[in-house]
Structure formats: structure tokens, C-alpha cells
Ligand binder design. Structure first.
Ligand SMILES: Cc1cc2nc3c(=O)[nH]c(=O)nc-3n(C[C@H](O)[C@H](O)[C@H](O)COP(=O)(O)O)c2cc1C
Length: 150
């Protein structure tokens, strides 16, 4: 059984590497983690595992191309997921000003519309502050998963 599904959005690989580092760490802790690099709506509707979004932000506060079809399908079809836990890790760059970490907000809004239930605060990782997003993501995710699966 899958314990968490990670929905990845990444242009240059930073968010994907972060998701893989999370999987490696949590697998070592005994969890079963699936990393969805090109997620489709059916991946989440055929499962009930908590969802972790791990995406970067592109364009002007937009969702990366590999996650965009999922995002659009989610918005259009709104498959109801009442109470399903989710969390958001978003990579961005504060020099983009108003659109800083915008992809996380878009995914959050879409998941709220499915009645899913957000656990924890969004972790927003600023490329201006760190070159190693996984070093911020790992402590956050351990806290997050202990809340989600308790
Ligand atoms: C063309 C381009 C557009 C970007 N637009 C935004 C943006 O609107 N908001 C933001 O917070 N970061 C923006 N970023 C920064 C990226 O989200 C950030 O560098 C992130 O770490 C990249 O992760 P990735 O390697 O997974 O794609 C942009 C980066 C590029 C190259």
C-alpha cells in the first residue's frame, strides 16, 4: 500500500530531485512513497494515499509543463476527495515578486476545490536563499508525515 503520493512539477529538475530525496528518506524510514513525475488524474483517483505536491514555479507564477495537464484536469473535473490529506512544497525565487511560489497557490486552490484537507503550512523554498532545497524539505516532510499518518 502506498503511504504517500508525490505530485511533481519541475522544469530544471530541482523539484524532481527534492521529491526523489524525500522518497529515499521516507522509504528508509519504512514508508512507501510513489513519485509521480508525469501525474495523471487517474493516478490519484485510483488511490486514497495522502498527497504531497512538490513543484517549482515557472512563467509568471505558473505550474510547470509536466504538472500542467494534471492541474488542468483537476480544475476541470474536480474529482471530489473529501478530507483527503495534502501538503505543499513549492520552489520559487523571491526575485519574482508577486508571483513568488505561485504554483503552490494554484495547486492548493485546486485541491481545496476537491474538498481535500491541507495539513501543515506550505513550505516555500526560495532559490535566492538556498541551493539545496532538499535540506529544507526533509525536516518539513518528516513533521508533515507524522501529522498525516498519526
Ligand atoms: C523562466 C522562469 C520563470 C520563473 N518564474 C517564477 C515565478 O513566477 N515565481 C517564482 O517564485 N519562481 C519562478 N522561477 C524560479 C523557479 O521556480 C526556481 O528557480 C526553482 O527552484 C526551479 O525549480 P526546478 O528546477 O524544479 O524547475 C522561475 C524560473 C525560471 C527559469
Amino acid at each position: 500500500m502506498t503511504d504517500i503520493q508525490i505530485l511533481v512539477g519541475s522544469v530544471y529538475g530541482g523539484a524532481l530531485m527534492t521529491a526523489r530525496a524525500i522518497k529515499q528518506a521516507l522509504d528508509a524510514d519504512g514508508y512507501s512513497v510513489s513519485v509521480l513525475e508525469n501525474p495523471e488524474l487517474g493516478d490519484i483517483t485510483s488511490d486514497t494515499a495522502p498527497l504531497l505536491v512538490c513543484t517549482s514555479t515557472t512563467g509568471q507564477g505558473e505550474v510547470p509543463g509536466n504538472l500542467l495537464p494534471f492541474y488542468v484536469a483537476l480544475r476541470e473535473q474536480l474529482p471530489q476527495q473529501p478530507g483527503r490529506p495534502f501538503g505543499i512544497i513549492v520552489l520559487g525565487d523571491s526575485s519574482y515578486g508577486d508571483t513568488f511560489c505561485g504554483a503552490g497557490e494554484l495547486m492548493e486552490e485546486a485541491l481545496y476545490e476537491t474538498s481535500a484537507h491541507k495539513i501543515g503550512e506550505t513550505l516555500c523554498i526560495d532559490a535566492l536563499e538556498t541551493m539545496e532545497p532538499e535540506s529544507e524539505a526533509l525536516p518539513w516532510v518528516r513533521e508533515w508525515i507524522s501529522t498525516v499518518l498519526k
